[in-house]
Design a protein around this ligand. Structure first.
Ligand SMILES: Nc1ncnc2c1ncn2[C@@H]1O[C@H](COP(=O)(O)OP(=O)(O)OP(=O)(O)O)[C@@H](O)[C@H]1O
Length: 282
């Protein structure tokens, strides 16, 4: 679905992603985890075609640079982190904006588009809010609106940047289970019957939730891939120490892993010596 080789991105002349090799298989949920500033959002924005890059990046075998904007938007949907929707559009109107890649210039929504909008609103349990202005909703409600907009877009590749950061635990389960079912539909080849079947790349801070839903995890650290593989193989105490700077016990479970955080990673004895060493006298 996605293949990147030597992918590099610079922002404000600073290199942020360094030579990433990454494959996303059709019908999988790839989780992206890593500390603050490790490059998760930058990677998702790059995969969405929003940032210039070096190296190669192909979606469905086609160089991303060659996709026209509207074609790309039919292929890739990005749900961003921020939820401060500024305009007084109604929920239904904002979700309907997800249909833009399927419409001609100024063409109205056809029955097929209206159905996709209604389905997405129902999927995200937004029916009761459909006529409310989005800028008068809570952060979690706005987050569900943005997810519904992305589902209405019906792009097969769904990029999620911290999709549930503002959601309470029940909505978090509802939303992620719903997306998971769309991924399962894709993985089992039900693309025709489940029009919105998905491949997902999702950046998530919570490692247990990431492990619960992802088939595979990529761990970013300083703009490089520090590890990748099945969640239970990747999320080891050593990795949590090296990448996140915490001491933790990790127990594999049926649905992923359980992580018990014990505290900050203790510095190595050599680092202590460094820190405690007297300054050399000039
Ligand atoms: N517009 C920008 N201009 C310059 N540097 C930027 C810009 N946006 C992000 N960066 C830098 O790029 C690096 C990666 O940022 P990015 O937002 O991708 O990280 P992240 O892993 O998503 O972080 P977080 O977990 O905090 O959301 C950081 O060092 C950040 O300071």
């Amino acid at each position: 679905m996605v293949s990147a080789r030597g992918l590099g991105v610079a922002l404000a002349k600073r290199s942020v992603l360094h030579g990433l090799d990454l494959d996303v298989r059709p019908g999988e949920w790839l989780g992206i985890v890593g500390p603050n500033g490790s490059g998760k959002t930058t990677l998702l924005r790059t995969l969405a075609g929003l940032l210039p890059y070096t190296g190669s990046l192909a979606v469905r075998g086609r160089d991303l640079r060659l996709w026209r904007g509207q074609d790309r938007a039919r292929e890739v949907a990005l749900v961003r982190q921020q939820t401060d929707l500024p305009f007084a559009f109604s929920v239904r109107e904002v979700v309907a904006m997800g249909r833009a890649p399927h419409l001609g210039w100024l063409s109205p929504l056809a029955a097929r588009d209206k159905q996709a909008v209604s389905n997405a609103i129902t999927d995200l349990a937004l029916d009761a809010l459909a006529l409310r202005p989005v800028n008068a909703l809570s952060g979690g409600e706005q987050q569900r609106v943005l997810l519904a907009q992305a589902l209405a877009q019906e792009a097969p590749l769904l990029l999620l940047d911290e999709p549930t950061a503002h959601l309470d635990v029940r909505h978090r389960l509802d939303v992620l289970d719903r997306v998971r079912r769309l991924v399962a539909a894709r993985a089992s080849g039900e693309t025709a019957s489940a029009g919105g079947a998905k491949t997902v790349v999702a950046a998530m801070h919570d490692l247990e939730w990431a492990a619960r839903y992802a088939d595979r995890l990529v761990v970013l650290h300083g703009g490089r891939i520090a590890a990748e593989g099945a969640p239970a193989d990747v999320l080891t105490p050593a990795l949590l120490g090296d990448v996140f700077g915490v001491r933790a016990e990790v127990e594999p479970t049926a649905s992923g892993v359980r992580v018990r955080y014990l505290g900050r990673h203790a510095p190595e004895a050599s680092e202590l010596t460094e820190i405690g060493a007297p300054h050399p006298t000039p």
